[in-house]
Design a binder for this molecule. Structure first.
Ligand code: GLU
Length: 467
């Protein structure tokens, strides 16, 4: 098996949202496939027909696309493969590794009571039943070994041992002929050529069951790797009270997918003390055997720190599009040249932003349309003395031809000196005039973001207000 090319998969069930635990599992599968030059596949486990609506399936596709973790081949849909699941059960019946169990509900109940009293798992008398089958409904069960051990050689947990006497004869096909979950997973993973099953450790017990099904079919088991779950910052199992849990929520909160990838990679895996690394580095370094066995804790401060890093690195044109979408979702009335304005402004304000939402907040001032409505406090700053000073400053600004942060900083310092006052004497008023009270960067940054023309017009607007 080890010389076969690696095939991994992410196998989400469409529940209507994509949990970040699923996102992390997808990432680890993707990283491992890329690291080994293998393939990374997607299987939609849509056998719960009620929950698996078109919208719920779309959430998975959109979540993976947003994360940049789209599969290498078209998705496999589990529900479409029921005939193949049934055929595998026929094979097992023929091989003698499964049997038809005709126990009635009452008989099963009686066996349950007895088994409990005897401290053992339920066994059906039909396991070794001789004679003619009765004409009544049946389930098909796996003929599990009665003694010995099933060992799941897990890449993260090490060998995990299960006593076979504690594993009952799992149902493979229900009375209505529908396949059960564990059967479907095994048949699908086998048919998809999956060599490595990397998933949450809530599936560790299933791995024992699935191992027995592989044996029953005469197939090799894949390599198993069960990832510890993600916990909240307080160490408790991640739940609603810890805030966002779904990939879509992180997107809405303004995290960048590359920041999420970097962050999720660090949840349960790491490369020394490296905090910040790109996809190429993660791919080069990732190995399943370096996954840590202890649950990982969500750490918002770390995520914010990473997101700020990636916001500072990102192409401003891309951020301009993303920030425009945030403004649009907030019904901000955007000027025609919003993209150009944002392109100019984003590099001036992004250092302080942890999320796209904060970046959007920091760019409202420049997108607001004249004449700005001045808050009362800003109007209060515009006394006669300050107005006279700002109009002298306006004349200076109108003359300057170099509209850069450095030049404007020098101009403002020089102007303050020539007025014989500190910047504090007119800075706050100028800031209000330029921003209308919205958050704005320092004065020279605000002037550059607004541009020469808009800056002067905003000054004119404010200076023409009659008080
Ligand atoms: N569908 C399962 C889940 O969403 C994953 C099963 C598997 O990876 O084998 O938890």
């Amino acid at each position: 098996m080890s010389d076969r090319p690696v095939v991994t998969r992410i196998a989400p069930s469409p529940t209507g949202s994509m949990h970040i635990g699923t996102a992390r599992t997808a990432l680890f599968n993707w990283l491992y496939a890329r690291h080994t030059g293998g393939k990374y596949l997607l299987r939609v486990e849509d056998t719960d027909r009620e929950r698996s609506t078109e919208a719920a399936v779309k959430v998975i596709f959109e979540g993976l696309a947003w994360l940049g973790l789209e599969a290498d081949e078209p998705a496999v849909f589990q529900a479409a493969r029921v005939d193949l699941h049934r055929a595998a059960v026929e094979t097992m019946l023929a091989r003698g590794s499964a049997y038809r169990d005709y126990m009635t509900a009452e008989e099963l109940e009686a066996e349950r009571t007895l088994a409990r009293a005897e401290g053992r798992v339920v066994r059906s008398a039909w396991r070794d039943a001789p004679g003619d089958p009765p004409d009544r409904p049946f389930v098909v069960r796996l003929k599990s070994p009665l003694d010995g051990e099933t060992i799941v050689n897990d890449q993260v947990k090490g060998p995990v041992r299960f006593h076979n006497k504690d594993l009952d004869d799992l149902i493979l096909l229900r009375t209505d002929g529908t396949p059960t979950y564990n059967l479907a997973v095994v048949v699908d993973d086998h048919d998809m050529g999956v060599t490595h099953v990397i998933r949450g450790d809530d599936h560790l017990n299933n791995a024992a069951r699935q191992t027995l099904i592989y044996h029953g079919l005469g197939w090799d088991t894949p390599v198993w790797a069960h990832l510890p779950l993600i916990h909240g910052p307080d160490g408790a199992k991640l739940s609603k009270r810890h805030g966002a849990q779904a990939v879509g929520e992180f997107a809405e909160m303004g995290y960048l997918p590359e920041a999420m990838r970097n962050y999720l990679a660090k949840l349960g895996w790491g490369h020394g003390d490296d905090e910040i690394f790109n996809d190429e580095q993660a791919i080069a370094w990732f190995d399943i055997k370096d996954v840590v066995g202890a649950p990982a804790r969500l750490d918002w401060a770390k995520l914010n720190h990473l997101n700020n890093h990636y916001l500072r690195q990102a192409d401003p044109a891309r951020l301009a599009v993303l920030v425009t979408a945030v403004h649009a979702s907030r019904d901000l009335d955007l000027p025609a040249r919003a993209q150009d304005i944002l392109l100019r402004t984003i590099p001036l304000v992004r250092d302080g932003a942890k999320t796209l939402l904060e970046l959007a907040d920091a760019t409202v001032f420049v997108l607001r349309q004249r004449p700005l409505e001045m808050p009362e406090k800003a109007l209060g700053l515009l006394n006669d003395e300050t107005r006279a000073r700002l109009s002298r400053l306006r004349a200076r600004l109108a003359q300057t031809t170099s509209w850069t942060v450095a030049e404007l900083e020098a101009l403002l310092r020089d102007f303050a000196e020539s007025e014989g006052v500190g910047l504090g004497k007119f800075g706050p008023a100028l800031r209000s005039v330029l921003s209308g009270g919205s958050p704005a960067p320092d004065l020279a940054g605000a002037l550059v973001a607004l541009g020469n023309h808009e800056s002067l017009e905003r000054l004119d607007d404010a200076l023409s207000i009659n008080r």
